[in-house]
Design a protein around this ligand. Sequence first.
Ligand SMILES: [Zn+2]
Ligand SMILES: [Zn+2]
Length: 333
Amino acid sequence: MKAQILKEISPIENRPLELVELPIPRPRSGEIRVKISACGVCHTELDEIEGRVQPRLPIVLGHEIVGKVEGLGSEVTKFKIGDRVGIAWIHSTCGKCHFCQGGNENLCPEFQATGCHANGGYAQYTVVSEDFAYLIPHRFTDSQAAPLLCAGAIGFRGLRLSGIKPGQTLGLFGFGASAHIVLQVAKYWGCEVHVFTRSEQHRNLAKELGAAWVGRTEDDPAQRLQCVIDFTPAGETVPNALRVLEKGGRLVIAVIRKRSPIPPLDYAQLLWDEKEIKSVANITRKDAQDFLPLAAEIPIIPEVREFELEEANDALVLLKQGKIQGAAVLRVD
Ligand SMILES: [Zn+2]
Ligand SMILES: [Zn+2]
């Protein structure tokens, strides 16, 4: 099969992904083999390629996978050949530790991530345990469904962790794949959404999607916001986000790594008044299972820009430059 593999850590500008031929993986007991048709491109891939997150090497990246079940290992009961399924960042967990038992399998010390510890979706085929795959609602095309599996699910987790209630005000810092989906969920819940982004293109998309206010990351809206989610890779946005947060409000940081450090925070100005900061780490299966039907019901239609599998390096360079509107998706034949 064709696959894009990463052999060593490198700046993405060096175009480190290599298109190679690999054997088609065989499903073991309890696993399904998926013939991939689309795989989303995520900021986390940039973090892996550039070494901020350490993947197993060599690795096939990609954790927003959509395709059809094409092979079954023994003892598979949940899926049949031809089912359209999705695979997300959560590839496996131990199932026994107190995190797994307590509903926080995203924090399991043995958490294995798709396209990081196990081969992912920048390829024609992959295998996964049937317990870590999800049926895709009919409403979405393969390309539309792909970004729902990480950008959507992680954004949804961030939204839940923010503690937001219907009708409250929400700030979004950064307006890429995740934020443009979160905005649509928040609006569905009757929230008023303020969007802060350096990109004029992204500000225009936010307006089109119904943001109540749009501005730059250092701008000051007229009112304080009850919840804020920061999706940017820049540490410098954290003080800005705390500045616009209402007393008692929570800032959720929904990225796996910041590319630059968070500057020192002035406690009295930025954090006092019972403000909170919380991060998002990974997702649980429940996040994906709850989010996919909600996305179909709203319905959320992700804005996608398609690339061929062969163009993975190009898509990642554009993503790093902030030049993708919505979500980038690789099409796989
Ligand atoms: Zn992701
Ligand atoms: Zn565990």
